[in-house]
Ligand binder design. Structure first.
Ligand code: GDP
Length: 316
């Protein structure tokens, strides 16, 4: 039944979720089915610069009694349920070579230049309406306080101390815009869920940041950071559900994947699997997700490639 070769976590996730795929696939379209600019990804998307199509894998684990037609539609169903299939890619033709390592993200024809040559801090805005108005595409980086947001931003741009987000509860929270290669923005948003913050401070965060999400026309996607070194946290699930309900495209970026726990604590791959299962209970399809570590550099280049394909499609 498995259609992709073993790929560590991906196959782990697939094995554990496959049993629910048949029931979930019959559910109504979930609010964030691989969505991107509120558009569903379909095989009908036009490929802007057609590339030679990869040959279908021959080593699929399909029972001999199945017809080739049935096997192909299983492939497509699998791809559409568990993988992020970008525009320009036919779900029928997804092969494991097209999936970025440590993720469920299929790389498509829109992926391009993924290097960061220069980055400059542009401004901090205290209100969504004060954000830059030049219509460049942007990615918002969001996560619980201490999730590793500053570290990830610094690792992405390969500079120390680029991310200046205030970390103190109660201190003014700002939307920070960083211009990359003079063409797109990384947006550093205030972290949520300060353990010691009073309820009022959390509500402030909510009104402020939700206003940004709901009104920012140039937002390509939210990178929702999830700490893979701890079990799934309700506040992260709530945040993901809120974004999903509001049709805001998101990618789960699992951080601290280098932290291999011994003893009682679960390993990052187990925490990630549990997070996916909890998300899968609410929604049948999975948003893009990727494993990263700011310590080892795991996932950095892959995440930038993923961002490039989202950006280039958005630009089109
Ligand atoms: P922020 O509050 O979300 O901006 O989190 P920081 O980037 O300041 O990181 C919080 C803590 O987690 C710091 O002690 C970091 O050194 C640590 N940290 C961040 N990213 C990683 C990672 O990928 N691996 C490990 N092992 N630690 C990390």
């Amino acid at each position: 039944m498995l259609l992709l070769r073993n790929r560590g976590l991906l196959s782990l996730q697939v094995t554990s979720l496959l049993s629910s795929s048949s029931s979930s696939s019959s559910q109504a379209t979930p609010p964030f089915f691989l969505c991107f600019k509120n558009t569903l990804f379909h095989s009908t998307h036009q490929n802007p610069s057609p590339k030679p199509k990869p040959k279908p894998q021959t080593q699929h684990h399909v029972s001999a009694s199945k017809t080739e037609k049935q096997a192909i539609s299983d492939t497509a169903r699998f791809a559409q349920t568990f993988l992020f299939v970008p525009p320009g890619v036919d779900p029928e033709e997804v092969t494991d070579d097209m999936v970025l390592p440590g993720s469920n993200i299929v790389l498509g024809p829109y992926a391009g230049h993924a290097q960061i040559k220069e980055v400059e801090f542009v401004k901090s805005s205290s209100r969504p309406k004060d954000c830059p108005k030049d219509d460049r595409p942007e990615f918002a980086i969001l996560g619980r306080s201490n999730v590793g947001k500053s570290s990830l931003i610094n690792a992405l741009v390969r500079k120390k101390e680029v991310a200046l987000t205030s970390k103190k509860p109660g201190k003014t929270q700002l939307i920070n815009h960083f211009l990359v290669n003079k063409s797109w923005y990384i947006v550093d948003l205030p972290g949520y869920g300060f353990a010691k913050a009073p309820e009022s401070a959390r509500m402030d965060w909510s009104a402020f940041t939700k206003g940004y999400f709901l009104n920012r026309a140039t937002l390509v996607a939210v990178l929702l950071l999830i700490d893979a070194s701890v079990p799934p946290q309700k506040i992260d699930l709530d945040c993901a559900n809120w974004l999903g309900r509001n049709n805001i495209p998101m990618t789960f970026v699992f951080t601290k994947c280098d932290k291999m726990k011994g003893g009682k604590g679960k390993r990052p791959d187990e925490n990630i699997k549990n997070f996916q299962v909890m998300m899968g209970q609410n929604y049948g399809k999975h948003p893009p997700w990727i494993m990263t570590s700011s310590v080892t550099g795991l996932g950095r280049d892959e995440l930038l490639l993923h961002m490039s394909q989202l950006r280039n499609y958005w630009d089109n």
